[in-house]
Design a protein around this ligand. Structure first.
Ligand code: C6P
Length: 424
Protein backbone atom coordinates (compact mmCIF):
# COMPACT_ATOMS: atom_id res chain seq x y z
CA UNK A 1 0.00 0.00 0.00
CA UNK A 2 1.29 3.47 -0.88
CA UNK A 3 1.75 5.75 2.10
CA UNK A 4 0.08 9.16 2.02
CA UNK A 5 3.40 10.98 2.26
CA UNK A 6 4.76 9.13 -0.74
CA UNK A 7 1.62 9.90 -2.73
CA UNK A 8 1.84 13.58 -1.89
CA UNK A 9 5.50 13.66 -2.84
CA UNK A 10 4.62 12.20 -6.23
CA UNK A 11 1.91 14.79 -6.71
CA UNK A 12 4.14 17.81 -6.39
CA UNK A 13 6.09 17.20 -9.60
CA UNK A 14 4.13 19.77 -11.59
CA UNK A 15 6.02 23.05 -11.69
CA UNK A 16 3.31 24.83 -13.73
CA UNK A 17 3.69 26.74 -16.96
CA UNK A 18 2.71 25.85 -20.51
CA UNK A 19 4.97 27.84 -22.82
CA UNK A 20 3.25 28.95 -25.99
CA UNK A 21 -0.29 27.92 -25.09
CA UNK A 22 -2.77 29.63 -22.80
CA UNK A 23 -4.41 26.37 -21.77
CA UNK A 24 -6.63 27.94 -19.12
CA UNK A 25 -8.04 30.25 -21.78
CA UNK A 26 -8.42 27.38 -24.28
CA UNK A 27 -10.32 25.30 -21.72
CA UNK A 28 -12.93 28.05 -21.44
CA UNK A 29 -13.84 27.37 -25.07
CA UNK A 30 -14.81 23.76 -24.31
CA UNK A 31 -18.10 23.77 -22.36
CA UNK A 32 -17.95 20.06 -21.53
CA UNK A 33 -14.66 20.51 -19.67
CA UNK A 34 -16.54 22.55 -17.07
CA UNK A 35 -18.62 19.48 -16.10
CA UNK A 36 -18.26 17.93 -12.67
CA UNK A 37 -19.00 14.36 -11.64
CA UNK A 38 -20.07 13.87 -8.01
CA UNK A 39 -18.43 17.19 -7.28
CA UNK A 40 -15.18 16.23 -9.00
CA UNK A 41 -14.03 18.03 -12.13
CA UNK A 42 -14.15 16.01 -15.33
CA UNK A 43 -10.65 14.93 -16.37
CA UNK A 44 -11.09 13.91 -19.98
CA UNK A 45 -8.25 11.65 -21.10
CA UNK A 46 -10.01 9.71 -23.87
CA UNK A 47 -9.12 12.00 -26.75
CA UNK A 48 -7.91 9.21 -29.04
CA UNK A 49 -11.47 7.84 -29.01
CA UNK A 50 -13.02 11.22 -29.68
CA UNK A 51 -12.15 14.80 -28.83
CA UNK A 52 -14.30 17.44 -27.18
CA UNK A 53 -15.69 20.36 -29.21
CA UNK A 54 -15.06 24.06 -28.74
CA UNK A 55 -18.00 26.43 -28.44
CA UNK A 56 -17.13 27.81 -31.90
CA UNK A 57 -17.87 24.43 -33.52
CA UNK A 58 -21.04 23.89 -31.51
CA UNK A 59 -22.26 27.37 -32.47
CA UNK A 60 -21.44 26.79 -36.15
CA UNK A 61 -23.68 23.71 -36.18
CA UNK A 62 -26.50 25.63 -34.57
CA UNK A 63 -25.96 28.56 -36.93
CA UNK A 64 -26.03 26.23 -39.92
CA UNK A 65 -29.48 24.90 -39.02
CA UNK A 66 -30.81 28.32 -38.05
CA UNK A 67 -29.55 30.30 -41.05
CA UNK A 68 -28.01 28.13 -43.79
CA UNK A 69 -29.72 24.76 -44.04
CA UNK A 70 -30.20 23.66 -47.65
CA UNK A 71 -28.82 20.94 -49.89
CA UNK A 72 -25.55 21.70 -51.68
CA UNK A 73 -24.64 21.74 -55.39
CA UNK A 74 -28.29 21.27 -56.37
CA UNK A 75 -30.33 24.44 -56.44
CA UNK A 76 -30.07 28.07 -57.51
CA UNK A 77 -31.94 29.45 -54.52
CA UNK A 78 -30.20 31.72 -52.04
CA UNK A 79 -29.97 29.28 -49.12
CA UNK A 80 -28.54 26.53 -51.29
CA UNK A 81 -25.87 28.92 -52.51
CA UNK A 82 -24.99 29.91 -48.94
CA UNK A 83 -24.77 26.27 -47.88
CA UNK A 84 -22.73 25.36 -50.96
CA UNK A 85 -20.34 28.24 -50.37
CA UNK A 86 -19.85 27.28 -46.72
CA UNK A 87 -19.32 23.63 -47.73
CA UNK A 88 -16.71 24.49 -50.36
CA UNK A 89 -15.02 27.03 -48.07
CA UNK A 90 -14.49 24.21 -45.59
CA UNK A 91 -12.84 22.13 -48.33
CA UNK A 92 -10.46 25.02 -48.91
CA UNK A 93 -9.67 25.15 -45.20
CA UNK A 94 -8.81 21.43 -45.20
CA UNK A 95 -6.66 21.95 -48.29
CA UNK A 96 -4.58 24.56 -46.43
CA UNK A 97 -4.54 22.56 -43.19
CA UNK A 98 -2.92 19.51 -44.81
CA UNK A 99 -1.20 21.50 -47.58
CA UNK A 100 -2.92 19.63 -50.40
CA UNK A 101 -1.89 21.04 -53.80
CA UNK A 102 -5.52 21.37 -54.94
CA UNK A 103 -8.82 21.48 -53.08
CA UNK A 104 -10.28 18.89 -55.49
CA UNK A 105 -7.89 16.37 -53.90
CA UNK A 106 -9.79 16.74 -50.62
CA UNK A 107 -12.71 14.30 -50.49
CA UNK A 108 -15.19 14.34 -47.64
CA UNK A 109 -15.95 10.95 -46.12
CA UNK A 110 -17.65 9.77 -42.93
CA UNK A 111 -14.27 9.33 -41.25
CA UNK A 112 -10.90 7.62 -41.46
CA UNK A 113 -12.57 4.20 -41.67
CA UNK A 114 -14.61 5.16 -44.72
CA UNK A 115 -11.58 6.81 -46.35
CA UNK A 116 -9.59 3.58 -46.07
CA UNK A 117 -12.52 1.51 -47.34
CA UNK A 118 -12.91 3.91 -50.26
CA UNK A 119 -9.28 3.35 -51.28
CA UNK A 120 -9.55 -0.42 -50.71
CA UNK A 121 -12.58 -0.57 -53.00
CA UNK A 122 -11.67 1.95 -55.66
CA UNK A 123 -7.89 1.61 -55.86
CA UNK A 124 -7.75 -1.96 -54.54
CA UNK A 125 -10.33 -3.50 -56.83
CA UNK A 126 -8.61 -1.88 -59.80
CA UNK A 127 -4.95 -2.43 -59.05
CA UNK A 128 -4.70 -5.48 -56.75
CA UNK A 129 -4.90 -8.94 -58.30
CA UNK A 130 -4.03 -12.60 -57.59
CA UNK A 131 -0.50 -13.01 -56.20
CA UNK A 132 -0.21 -9.31 -55.32
CA UNK A 133 0.58 -8.06 -51.84
CA UNK A 134 -0.55 -5.27 -49.52
CA UNK A 135 1.70 -4.28 -46.61
CA UNK A 136 0.41 -3.05 -43.27
CA UNK A 137 2.23 -2.78 -39.94
CA UNK A 138 1.73 -4.72 -36.71
CA UNK A 139 0.48 -1.57 -34.97
CA UNK A 140 -2.56 -0.86 -37.16
CA UNK A 141 -6.08 -0.08 -35.99
CA UNK A 142 -8.61 -2.64 -37.26
CA UNK A 143 -9.80 0.00 -39.75
CA UNK A 144 -6.45 -0.26 -41.49
CA UNK A 145 -6.35 -4.08 -41.42
CA UNK A 146 -9.81 -5.43 -42.16
CA UNK A 147 -10.51 -3.56 -45.45
CA UNK A 148 -7.18 -4.87 -46.81
CA UNK A 149 -7.89 -8.38 -45.56
CA UNK A 150 -11.29 -8.30 -47.29
CA UNK A 151 -9.66 -7.05 -50.49
CA UNK A 152 -6.91 -9.68 -50.37
CA UNK A 153 -9.45 -12.47 -49.80
CA UNK A 154 -11.53 -11.28 -52.73
CA UNK A 155 -8.56 -10.92 -55.06
CA UNK A 156 -6.38 -13.85 -54.01
CA UNK A 157 -3.73 -11.41 -52.82
CA UNK A 158 -1.69 -11.59 -49.59
CA UNK A 159 -1.53 -9.27 -46.60
CA UNK A 160 2.03 -8.76 -45.33
CA UNK A 161 2.69 -7.39 -41.85
CA UNK A 162 5.74 -5.31 -40.98
CA UNK A 163 6.76 -6.17 -37.39
CA UNK A 164 7.35 -3.85 -34.43
CA UNK A 165 9.91 -4.03 -31.61
CA UNK A 166 9.35 -4.13 -27.85
CA UNK A 167 9.13 -0.34 -27.70
CA UNK A 168 6.32 -0.43 -30.27
CA UNK A 169 8.45 0.99 -33.09
CA UNK A 170 8.30 -0.21 -36.67
CA UNK A 171 11.34 -2.39 -37.46
CA UNK A 172 12.24 -0.46 -40.57
CA UNK A 173 14.68 -2.99 -42.04
CA UNK A 174 12.00 -5.71 -41.80
CA UNK A 175 9.48 -3.41 -43.43
CA UNK A 176 11.92 -2.70 -46.27
CA UNK A 177 12.46 -6.43 -46.82
CA UNK A 178 8.72 -6.84 -47.50
CA UNK A 179 8.74 -4.33 -50.37
CA UNK A 180 8.88 -6.17 -53.67
CA UNK A 181 7.51 -6.22 -57.20
CA UNK A 182 4.30 -7.88 -55.95
CA UNK A 183 3.50 -5.07 -53.51
CA UNK A 184 0.59 -2.91 -54.68
CA UNK A 185 0.14 -0.68 -51.62
CA UNK A 186 1.58 0.15 -48.20
CA UNK A 187 -1.09 1.14 -45.67
CA UNK A 188 0.36 2.45 -42.43
CA UNK A 189 -0.65 4.57 -39.48
CA UNK A 190 1.01 7.91 -38.84
CA UNK A 191 0.44 7.61 -35.07
CA UNK A 192 -0.60 4.39 -33.32
CA UNK A 193 -3.78 4.74 -31.28
CA UNK A 194 -2.75 1.92 -28.93
CA UNK A 195 0.95 2.79 -28.47
CA UNK A 196 1.40 6.44 -29.40
CA UNK A 197 4.26 5.58 -31.76
CA UNK A 198 4.89 8.23 -34.43
CA UNK A 199 5.99 6.46 -37.60
CA UNK A 200 8.70 7.90 -39.88
CA UNK A 201 6.29 8.39 -42.76
CA UNK A 202 8.68 10.32 -45.02
CA UNK A 203 11.24 7.49 -44.81
CA UNK A 204 8.55 4.84 -45.36
CA UNK A 205 7.21 6.68 -48.41
CA UNK A 206 10.71 7.09 -49.88
CA UNK A 207 11.38 3.37 -49.51
CA UNK A 208 8.02 2.39 -51.05
CA UNK A 209 8.35 4.87 -53.89
CA UNK A 210 11.68 3.31 -54.88
CA UNK A 211 9.47 0.39 -55.98
CA UNK A 212 6.76 2.75 -57.31
CA UNK A 213 4.43 1.54 -54.56
CA UNK A 214 1.82 4.03 -53.31
CA UNK A 215 1.44 4.65 -49.58
CA UNK A 216 -1.79 5.28 -47.66
CA UNK A 217 -1.29 7.06 -44.35
CA UNK A 218 -3.88 6.62 -41.62
CA UNK A 219 -3.79 10.04 -40.02
CA UNK A 220 -6.68 9.50 -37.59
CA UNK A 221 -4.35 10.04 -34.61
CA UNK A 222 -1.91 12.49 -36.17
CA UNK A 223 -4.10 15.16 -37.78
CA UNK A 224 -5.43 16.39 -34.39
CA UNK A 225 -1.96 16.61 -32.83
CA UNK A 226 0.80 17.25 -35.39
CA UNK A 227 1.19 19.67 -38.29
CA UNK A 228 0.27 17.76 -41.46
CA UNK A 229 1.90 18.48 -44.80
CA UNK A 230 0.89 15.85 -47.35
CA UNK A 231 3.28 17.28 -49.94
CA UNK A 232 6.23 17.03 -47.59
CA UNK A 233 5.22 13.51 -46.53
CA UNK A 234 4.75 12.74 -50.23
CA UNK A 235 2.12 10.14 -49.28
CA UNK A 236 -0.34 9.04 -51.96
CA UNK A 237 -3.40 8.88 -49.70
CA UNK A 238 -4.05 10.40 -46.28
CA UNK A 239 -7.18 9.85 -44.19
CA UNK A 240 -8.43 11.44 -40.97
CA UNK A 241 -11.57 11.81 -38.84
CA UNK A 242 -13.22 15.13 -37.94
CA UNK A 243 -14.47 13.99 -34.55
CA UNK A 244 -10.90 13.43 -33.32
CA UNK A 245 -9.97 16.91 -34.61
CA UNK A 246 -12.40 18.77 -32.32
CA UNK A 247 -15.03 18.75 -35.09
CA UNK A 248 -18.33 16.87 -35.44
CA UNK A 249 -18.78 13.12 -35.71
CA UNK A 250 -19.59 11.48 -39.04
CA UNK A 251 -17.19 13.57 -41.09
CA UNK A 252 -13.68 12.83 -42.32
CA UNK A 253 -11.25 13.50 -45.10
CA UNK A 254 -9.52 11.48 -47.76
CA UNK A 255 -6.65 13.23 -49.52
CA UNK A 256 -5.20 11.58 -52.61
CA UNK A 257 -2.70 12.40 -55.32
CA UNK A 258 -4.67 13.73 -58.26
CA UNK A 259 -3.43 11.24 -60.87
CA UNK A 260 -4.35 8.29 -58.65
CA UNK A 261 -7.77 9.67 -57.75
CA UNK A 262 -8.44 10.45 -61.43
CA UNK A 263 -7.57 6.90 -62.39
CA UNK A 264 -9.83 5.29 -59.78
CA UNK A 265 -13.45 4.24 -60.27
CA UNK A 266 -16.06 5.71 -57.88
CA UNK A 267 -16.71 4.00 -54.55
CA UNK A 268 -20.44 4.69 -54.23
CA UNK A 269 -22.91 5.52 -56.98
CA UNK A 270 -25.71 8.09 -56.63
CA UNK A 271 -26.50 11.78 -56.82
CA UNK A 272 -23.79 14.42 -57.29
CA UNK A 273 -21.12 11.95 -58.46
CA UNK A 274 -22.36 11.95 -62.08
CA UNK A 275 -22.19 14.25 -65.08
CA UNK A 276 -24.93 12.45 -67.00
CA UNK A 277 -27.02 9.32 -66.59
CA UNK A 278 -28.89 7.26 -69.15
CA UNK A 279 -29.94 3.65 -68.78
CA UNK A 280 -27.17 2.79 -71.23
CA UNK A 281 -24.31 4.72 -69.66
CA UNK A 282 -23.31 7.00 -66.80
CA UNK A 283 -20.43 9.45 -67.00
CA UNK A 284 -18.85 10.38 -63.71
CA UNK A 285 -18.34 13.82 -62.23
CA UNK A 286 -14.90 15.38 -61.84
CA UNK A 287 -12.89 15.32 -58.61
CA UNK A 288 -13.77 15.54 -55.78
CA UNK A 289 -17.49 14.96 -56.51
CA UNK A 290 -16.85 11.62 -58.20
CA UNK A 291 -16.23 10.27 -54.68
CA UNK A 292 -18.99 12.17 -52.85
CA UNK A 293 -22.20 10.35 -53.79
CA UNK A 294 -25.47 11.44 -52.20
CA UNK A 295 -26.29 14.34 -49.92
CA UNK A 296 -23.16 14.88 -47.85
CA UNK A 297 -22.84 15.60 -44.13
CA UNK A 298 -23.11 19.33 -44.81
CA UNK A 299 -23.12 20.62 -41.23
CA UNK A 300 -20.35 18.15 -40.42
CA UNK A 301 -18.18 19.62 -43.17
CA UNK A 302 -18.92 23.18 -42.04
CA UNK A 303 -18.21 22.23 -38.39
CA UNK A 304 -14.94 20.58 -39.40
CA UNK A 305 -13.96 23.78 -41.20
CA UNK A 306 -14.55 25.75 -37.98
CA UNK A 307 -12.58 23.19 -35.95
CA UNK A 308 -9.70 23.60 -38.39
CA UNK A 309 -9.90 27.39 -38.06
CA UNK A 310 -9.66 26.89 -34.30
CA UNK A 311 -6.64 24.58 -34.54
CA UNK A 312 -4.93 26.88 -37.03
CA UNK A 313 -5.44 29.85 -34.75
CA UNK A 314 -3.95 28.03 -31.75
CA UNK A 315 -1.17 26.75 -34.02
CA UNK A 316 -0.37 23.10 -34.77
CA UNK A 317 3.32 23.63 -33.96
CA UNK A 318 2.44 24.94 -30.52
CA UNK A 319 -0.07 22.13 -29.99
CA UNK A 320 2.52 19.50 -30.91
CA UNK A 321 5.18 21.04 -28.65
CA UNK A 322 2.82 21.34 -25.69
CA UNK A 323 1.47 17.82 -26.10
CA UNK A 324 5.03 16.48 -26.32
CA UNK A 325 5.80 18.10 -22.99
CA UNK A 326 2.55 16.69 -21.50
CA UNK A 327 3.35 13.22 -22.82
CA UNK A 328 6.81 13.20 -21.23
CA UNK A 329 5.30 14.41 -17.99
CA UNK A 330 2.57 11.75 -18.09
CA UNK A 331 5.13 9.00 -18.82
CA UNK A 332 7.08 10.12 -15.76
CA UNK A 333 3.97 10.18 -13.55
CA UNK A 334 3.05 6.65 -14.61
CA UNK A 335 6.51 5.16 -14.43
CA UNK A 336 6.90 6.41 -10.84
CA UNK A 337 4.03 4.14 -9.79
CA UNK A 338 5.23 0.66 -8.88
CA UNK A 339 3.59 -2.19 -10.78
CA UNK A 340 2.73 -0.11 -13.86
CA UNK A 341 3.91 -1.45 -17.22
CA UNK A 342 3.99 1.02 -20.08
CA UNK A 343 2.95 -0.43 -23.44
CA UNK A 344 4.45 1.78 -26.14
CA UNK A 345 7.72 3.49 -25.28
CA UNK A 346 8.94 4.56 -28.71
CA UNK A 347 11.36 7.46 -28.97
CA UNK A 348 8.98 9.36 -31.24
CA UNK A 349 5.76 9.31 -29.29
CA UNK A 350 2.47 11.19 -29.32
CA UNK A 351 0.11 11.64 -26.37
CA UNK A 352 -1.13 8.08 -25.95
CA UNK A 353 -0.27 6.55 -22.57
CA UNK A 354 -1.13 2.84 -22.68
CA UNK A 355 -0.39 0.78 -19.61
CA UNK A 356 -1.25 -2.22 -17.49
CA UNK A 357 -1.01 -2.66 -13.72
CA UNK A 358 0.04 -5.80 -11.86
CA UNK A 359 -2.77 -5.40 -9.35
CA UNK A 360 -5.80 -4.79 -11.57
CA UNK A 361 -7.36 -5.54 -14.95
CA UNK A 362 -7.59 -2.49 -17.27
CA UNK A 363 -11.37 -2.50 -16.97
CA UNK A 364 -11.10 -2.29 -13.17
CA UNK A 365 -8.60 0.55 -13.54
CA UNK A 366 -11.04 2.33 -15.85
CA UNK A 367 -13.86 1.93 -13.35
CA UNK A 368 -11.93 3.24 -10.35
CA UNK A 369 -10.75 6.19 -12.42
CA UNK A 370 -14.29 6.86 -13.56
CA UNK A 371 -15.35 7.20 -9.91
CA UNK A 372 -12.65 9.84 -9.57
CA UNK A 373 -14.09 11.73 -12.56
CA UNK A 374 -11.28 10.61 -14.88
CA UNK A 375 -12.28 9.30 -18.32
CA UNK A 376 -9.83 6.89 -19.98
CA UNK A 377 -10.39 3.97 -22.34
CA UNK A 378 -9.78 0.35 -21.29
CA UNK A 379 -9.77 -2.50 -23.79
CA UNK A 380 -8.01 -3.52 -26.97
CA UNK A 381 -8.57 -0.13 -28.64
CA UNK A 382 -9.59 -1.81 -31.91
CA UNK A 383 -5.98 -2.93 -32.23
CA UNK A 384 -6.10 -6.57 -31.15
CA UNK A 385 -2.87 -7.52 -32.96
CA UNK A 386 -1.04 -4.92 -30.83
CA UNK A 387 -2.40 -6.57 -27.68
CA UNK A 388 -1.25 -9.96 -28.98
CA UNK A 389 2.20 -8.56 -29.79
CA UNK A 390 2.62 -7.39 -26.19
CA UNK A 391 0.95 -10.46 -24.64
CA UNK A 392 -1.84 -8.53 -22.89
CA UNK A 393 -5.62 -8.87 -23.31
CA UNK A 394 -6.15 -5.15 -22.94
CA UNK A 395 -4.56 -1.94 -21.72
CA UNK A 396 -5.71 1.14 -19.88
CA UNK A 397 -5.17 4.14 -22.13
CA UNK A 398 -4.99 7.82 -21.24
CA UNK A 399 -4.88 9.89 -24.42
CA UNK A 400 -4.12 13.59 -24.41
CA UNK A 401 -5.20 16.75 -26.16
CA UNK A 402 -3.99 20.34 -26.02
CA UNK A 403 -6.61 21.28 -23.41
CA UNK A 404 -5.23 18.76 -20.92
CA UNK A 405 -2.93 19.89 -18.12
CA UNK A 406 -0.17 18.56 -15.91
CA UNK A 407 -2.56 18.91 -12.97
CA UNK A 408 -4.88 16.44 -14.71
CA UNK A 409 -1.99 14.01 -15.14
CA UNK A 410 -1.21 14.41 -11.44
CA UNK A 411 -4.87 13.56 -10.76
CA UNK A 412 -4.45 10.46 -12.93
CA UNK A 413 -1.38 9.47 -10.89
CA UNK A 414 -3.22 9.97 -7.59
CA UNK A 415 -6.18 7.92 -8.84
CA UNK A 416 -3.84 5.09 -9.86
CA UNK A 417 -2.51 4.99 -6.30
CA UNK A 418 -6.16 4.63 -5.32
CA UNK A 419 -6.39 1.64 -7.70
CA UNK A 420 -3.46 0.11 -5.82
CA UNK A 421 -5.16 0.74 -2.48
CA UNK A 422 -8.31 -0.99 -3.71
CA UNK A 423 -6.76 -3.99 -5.43
CA UNK A 424 -3.42 -4.70 -3.77
N1 C6P B 1 -9.64 4.97 -32.99
C1 C6P B 1 -9.68 4.86 -30.57
O1 C6P B 1 -10.26 4.90 -29.46
P1 C6P B 1 -13.05 6.37 -37.18
O2 C6P B 1 -13.78 5.43 -36.26
O3 C6P B 1 -13.29 6.07 -38.64
O4 C6P B 1 -13.24 7.80 -36.83
O5 C6P B 1 -11.48 6.13 -36.90
C2 C6P B 1 -10.94 4.85 -37.06
C3 C6P B 1 -9.50 4.84 -36.68
C4 C6P B 1 -8.57 4.61 -37.66
N2 C6P B 1 -7.25 4.64 -37.39
C5 C6P B 1 -6.80 4.90 -36.16
C6 C6P B 1 -5.33 4.95 -35.92
C7 C6P B 1 -7.70 5.14 -35.12
O6 C6P B 1 -7.24 5.39 -33.89
C8 C6P B 1 -9.10 5.09 -35.38
C9 C6P B 1 -10.10 5.27 -34.27
C10 C6P B 1 -10.47 5.21 -31.82
O7 C6P B 1 -8.50 4.58 -30.66
C11 C6P B 1 -11.79 4.52 -31.85
S1 C6P B 1 -11.65 2.77 -32.03
Amino acid sequence: MIKTGEREAKQTRHAGGSPGLDVARIREDFPILQLRRDGKPLVYLDNAATSQKPRQVIEALRNYYETQNANVHRAVHHLSQIATDAYEQARLKVKHFINSPLSCQVIFTRGATEGINLVAHSYGRQYVGPGDEVIVSAMEHHSNIVPWQMLCEEKGAALRVAPINDAGELIFEEFEKLLCRHTRLVAITHVSNALGTINPIRKIVEAAHRYCIPVLVDGAQSAPHLPINVQELDCDFFVCSGHKMFGPTGIGVLYGKAALLESMAPFLGGGDMILSVTFEKTTYNTLPYKFEAGTPHIEGVIGLGVAIDYLAEVGMDKIAAYEHELTEYGMQVLSDIGGVRMIGTSKEKAGVLSFTMDCAHPHDIGQVLDHEGIAIRAGHHCAQPVMQRFGVPATARASLAFYNTKEELDALGTALYRVKEVFE
